[in-house]
Design a protein around this ligand. Structure first.
Ligand code: 13P
Ligand code: SF4
Length: 303
């Protein structure tokens, strides 16, 4: 895409004037990744949001990510360029249902994927991301029952890796959960030399066929360190832009053409410019909810 220089200049001027930082997830459009101060996975973005000295955070990602920034840095202005950018998986669990489910179980430790609303985090004991789900589960005493929300596939993967039994919530990512074993067989036939990488939000029968299972940053590290020259990538297409930038001599193929997260693609340069100009739309979290959600996020960040 041709990026107008004057628009980038305007974003840079506004960013300086407002002492703002632009954070981008790997699933954002290439031109957004290029203007960001930091591009990362969910865990790294939380760490950046918690540690930055900036006064304004422009979050190029989805709503739960901006909410996490507002929970971790309440004194900062957090803006999300398009408020409609919400993760469908995060909407598959709400606080009232979660409270109800807890009463049916044996005082469970609630582990919530960061892909949840602040209200759900407030009902949780500890958060996790795809990068640390296994370590988070391992940190919980073996005699405690664990309720894992909302991603069933990530829960099944973490259960297998840790040998722990988890009570799972029936949520899923509508992008990764669409992948089927047939997609892997087809891609391998087309690119027999390539290694297959998949995200743990994929179904177990897809994960079983992969050469490497990792979250976005783990995949990026893997392709940089591997001696292989070709990779079939089983996650949202935005990550391939960063892979190609970091490894210009290697080849990357998307595992399926449908690996596009519409919510992530709502952010555009024009919306980033407008968000910086107006410092809107802001994302805030009521203090009572924030205090409780913060505990769950801080426990995760301490691991
Ligand atoms: P990670 O970048 O943490 O792997 O998360 C993937 C994702 O689906 C974010 O919504
Ligand atoms: Fe949600 Fe999946 Fe999109 Fe991530 S890729 S924001 S989990 S729908």
């Amino acid at each position: 895409m041709d990026v107008p220089d004057d628009l980038v200049q305007e974003i840079n001027d506004l960013r300086r004037r407002h002492k703002a930082i632009i954070l981008s997830h790997y699933y954002q459009r290439p031109e957004i990744q290029d203007i960001a101060d930091f591009v990362g996975d969910s865990l790294e973005l939380s760490r950046q949001a918690a540690g930055t000295n900036a006064e304004v955070i422009v979050f190029c990602g989805v709503h739960f990510m901006a909410e996490s920034a507002a929970i971790l840095s309440p004194e900062k202005v957090v803006v999300l360029p398009d408020l409609r950018a919400t993760c469908p998986m995060a909407d598959m669990v709400d606080a009232a249902f979660l409270r109800n489910r807890k009463t049916e179980l044996d005082e469970p430790v609630v582990v919530s994927y960061v892909n949840t609303t602040a209200d759900v985090k407030a009902e949780s004991d500890i958060c996790c991301t795809s990068a640390n789900a296994v370590r988070v589960i391992q940190s919980i005493p073996r005699d405690r029952q664990i309720l894992f929300v909302p991603d069933r596939n990530l829960g099944l993967y973490a259960a297998k890796q840790t040998g722990r039994e988890l009570v799972l919530w029936p949520g899923f990512c509508c992008v990764h959960d669409e992948l089927e074993p047939g997609d892997v067989f087809k891609a391998r036939r087309k690119h027999p030399e390539a290694l297959v990488l998949v995200h743990p939000e994929c179904r177990p029968e897809v994960i079983e066929l992969a050469d490497k299972v990792a979250g976005t940053s783990g995949m990026l590290r893997f392709v940089q360190e591997s001696d292989a020259r070709e990779f079939i990538v089983g996650t949202e297409e935005g990550l391939i832009y960063q892979m190609s930038k970091k490894c210009p001599g290697k080849k990357f193929y998307l595992l399926s053409n449908d690996l596009i997260c519409n919510a992530m693609k709502l952010t555009t340069l024009t919306k980033v410019r407008d968000a910086l100009k107006n410092l809107e739309p802001k994302v805030t979290v009521p203090e009572r909810v924030r205090q409780r959600a913060l505990r769950a996020l801080e426990r995760m960040l301490a691991i």
